[in-house]
Design a protein around this ligand. Sequence first.
Ligand SMILES: Nc1ncnc2c1ncn2[C@@H]1O[C@H](COP(=O)(O)OP(=O)(O)OP(=O)(O)O)[C@@H](O)[C@H]1O
Ligand SMILES: [Mg+2]
Length: 146
Amino acid sequence: MHTFISRNPTQTKKLAKKIRDLYPNHNLFLLSGDLGSGKTVFAKGIGEMMGINSRNIKSPTYTLVHEHKPVAKRTALPKLLHADFYRLTVKDDLLMESVNLWLSEKGIVIVEWPEIALSDFQKPHLHITIEETGENVRQIKIIERL
Ligand SMILES: Nc1ncnc2c1ncn2[C@@H]1O[C@H](COP(=O)(O)OP(=O)(O)OP(=O)(O)O)[C@@H](O)[C@H]1O
Ligand SMILES: [Mg+2]
């Protein structure tokens, strides 16, 4: 388990890139944390590293998933599926199948609010918890599940 401290949103984005380097074999990121803790900021960091314009990465709370492709037809780069299960009240099998399909196609998947299906996600994955510990301060804890 790794724990990091971030003192501003830019540091959180940089940390996302660092975590990607620390765990290069992980393509599934589960992001837990209260409303406004910084899950989407973290997702923007992953997206930037993948060549995706992070302005397009917004919390997909109302649509459940957003698909992103790298700019400039850099097709060798993986695609990103950014999901948010906040509004799910029961586990959605179709959505879980989309996650698995995306991973089987070598894409990267980020899921905010994964709690409703936590034990059903395929392994390996990284479970990342972001906690607000002060104004602009976030503790970011990484659990690797193999
Ligand atoms: N160190 C920090 N890291 C990340 N975000 C921070 C930090 N300090 C302040 N913030 C602010 O906290 C907010 C985090 O918002 P964000 O949308 O990423 O939260 P979220 O966890 O995705 O929330 P939701 O559950 O509503 O989707 C932003 O307004 C950001 O500017
Ligand atoms: Mg969000």
